[in-house]
Write a protein that binds this ligand. Structure first.
Ligand code: CTP
Length: 420
C-alpha cells in the first residue's frame, strides 16, 4: 500500500532540502502532500513543491477554496504520517503551545497520525532553554524527532547542533516510525521511542569509520574508510529495536537515526569509548582502525627548514579493539562480530583473523581499489563463522547491514532458547 506523507514545510533556509525529500520519497513509491507555512513560501515556491509532489500545495487556513474542498481536519488525517521539516524554533514553540493560527499548526493540532519533526535552526536557538522546554514537551506528547545534526550552518562562521537531518535520514526515520505499526500519536506515545522490534531490550555496540592518528597538531595518518557500512549496521540495529551505541571515527556521513553516537579521532580514544559503553549483547567492530600511531607526534607543527633533514615518523602499534573486547571474559558481548578488510586471499585471511582475534563471526570484504568498496555504496561479503563460510551476493551496504543484524538477532534468540 502506498505510504502517504503529509509534509509540513516550515520557514527556514533548510526548506530547500524538502524538494529532495519529496523527490526521494516519491522514488520510493510514497505519496507526498504538502502544507507550507507563509514563511516557508519565502524560501521555496509552492510551484516547485507542487511540481515535485505532483499534488496541490496547501498554504493558508483561510483559503476558502481549500477549506471547502478538503478542510484541515481531513487533510491532517488522510495521511499515514505527518512530517514537519524544517521545524523552526517558532514552529516548535507554536506546536508545544497548542496554537492553531495557521493551516500548518491547525493540521498538526487536528491530526490523529504520528508526527515526526526535523528541527533546523541556529545552534543557539536549538540550545536555548525555551527550545529545550518545547522539545521536551513535544517528546512527552509522543512526537518523534530526527536530528538536528551538528555541523556548519548556513550563516558564515556558525557551527553546532541545528542542521536539519538529511533527506535520507528523514526517510529512514519515517520508515522507522511507520514500521512500528502504531497508527496514532497516542499509541506511539505509549511505546518508548524506538526500542521496539526483534532486538528490543538489547544493547548493540558498533565501531565505524577510520581513525585519525596525529603526526602533529595539523597532520594525521588516516585511511579511506567512509563509515557507510558501520553506520548502516548501527541504523539497522536501531530499526530492529536495539539500544545502539555507535563509536565513530571521523566520517562525512551523518549520525544514524535513533543511535547514541560517540565521536572519536584516535584508536586509543575509540577503545576508551568502547570500554565505557560495555556491557553489550552484540559488538560489531566495523571500524578501519589505524594499525599504527606516531610515537613521536609533535606538539607543535613540524616545520620545513633549510638545514633539517626530512622528518621521520616512528610508529607504534595501536591497541586491537576487537581483540581486547573479544578476549575480555568479564564483559564480552554474547556475539562479537569483526570485519576483515583484505585485498587478497580474502576468506583465508578472514578465517585466521576470526580465530586470532577471538571473534564469533568475521565479515570479510575485498577492499582492492577495483572493488570500490571503500567509500562506495555496495559490498560483496563473506560471512565467516565457526560453522563455515557463506558468500553473500553483491548488495547495497544498507542491505548487508540489514541481513547481518537480522542474522545476529536470530542467533541470540536461538542461543537463548537452546540454553533454557
Ligand atoms: N580492529 C580493531 N582494532 C585494531 C585493528 C583492527 O578493532 N587496532 C578490528 C577491525 O575493526 C576489524 C578487524 O579488527 O573488525 C580486522 O581489521 P583489519 O584491518 O582487517 O585487520 P588488522 O587487524 O588490521 O590486520 P591486517 O591489517 O594485518 O590485515
Amino acid at each position: 500500500m502506498t505510504q502517504r506523507i503529509l509534509l509540513v514545510i516550515g520557514g527556514g533556509i533548510a526548506a530547500y532540502k524538502c524538494l529532495d525529500l519529496i523527490r526521494r520519497a516519491r522514488e520510493r513509491g510514497m505519496s507526498v502532500r504538502v502544507v507550507m507555512t507563509k514563511a516557508a513560501t519565502e524560501f521555496v515556491t509552492p510551484l516547485s513543491v507542487g511540481a515535485l509532489s505532483n499534488e496541490r500545495v496547501f498554504t493558508d487556513l483561510f483559503d476558502l477554496d481549500d477549506e471547502r474542498e478538503i478542510g484541515h481536519i481531513r487533510l491532517s488525517r488522510s495521511s499515514d504520517i505527518v512530517v514537519v521539516a524544517p521545524a523552526t524554533a517558532d514552529l516548535l514553540a507554536r506546536m508545544a503551545g497548542g496554537h492553531a493560527n495557521d493551516l500548518a499548526t491547525a493540521v498538526l493540532m487536528a491530526t490523529d497520525k504520528p508526527v515526526l519533526v526535523a528541527p533546523a535552526m541556529n545552534p543557539r536557538m536549538w540550545t536555548h532553554p525555551a527550545t529545550r522546554r518545547n522539545v521536551a514537551l513535544l517528546q512527552a506528547d509522543g512526537i518523534r524527532f530526527v536530528g538536528p545534526n551538528s555541523g556548519e550552518m548556513a550563516e558564515r562562521g556558525e557551527a553546532g547542533p541545528g542542521r536539519m537531518a538529511e533527506p535520507l535520514e528523514i526517510l529512514d526515520a519515517i520508515g522507522a516510525v511507520l514500521s512500528r505499526g502504531a497508527t496514532s500519536a497516542a499509541s506511539l506515545a505509549a511505546v518508548p521511542q524506538l526500542h521496539v522490534g526483534p532486538l528490543s531490550g538489547r544493547h548493540v555496540l558498533v565501531t565505524s569509520g577510520p581513525t585519525h592518528e596525529p603526526i602533529d597538531p595539523v597532520r594525521y595518518i588516516a585511511n579511506r574508510s567512509s563509515g557507510k557500512q558501520g553506520h548502516a549496521i548501527a541504523a539497522a540495529a536501531a530499526r530492529f529495536g536495539a539500544r545502539v551505541t555507535l563509536v565513530s571515527g571521523p566520517v562525512a556521513v551523518a549520525d544514524p537515526y535513533g543511535c547514541t553516537v560517540i565521536h572519536v579521532e584516535t584508536a586509543a580514544k575509540m577503545l576508551e569509548a568502547v570500554k565505557a559503553a560495555l556491557p553489550a549483547d552484540i559488538g560489531v567492530f566495523a571500524a578501519a582502525v589505524a594499525d599504527w600511531r606516531v610515537a613521536n607526534a609533535g606538539v607543535e607543527k613540524i616545520k620545513k627548514t633549510a638545514t633539517q633533514r626530512t622528518p621521520s615518523l616512528e610508529l607504534v602499534e595501536n591497541p586491537d579493539i576487537l581483540r581486547t573486547i573479544a578476549t575480555n571474559r568479564a564483559q564480552r558481548p554474547s556475539l562479537v562480530i569483526g570485519f576483515a578488510a583484505e585485498t587478497e586471499d580474502v576468506v583465508e585471511h578472514a578465517k585466521k583473523k576470526r580465530k586470532s582475534k577471538g571473534a564469533d563471526w568475521v565479515v570479510a570484504n575485498d577492499v582492492s581499489p577495483e572493488t570500490n568498496v571503500m567509500g562506495g555504496e555496495r559490498n560483496t561479503v563473506h560471512l565467516v563463522t565457526a560453522k563455515g563460510v557463506e558468500t553473500w551476493p553483491e548488495m547495497l551496504k544498507t542491505d548487508v547491514a540489514e541481513a547481518l543484524v537480522m542474522r545476529a538477532a536470530e542467533h541470540l534468540s536461538r542461543n537463548e532458547a537452546a540454553a533454557e
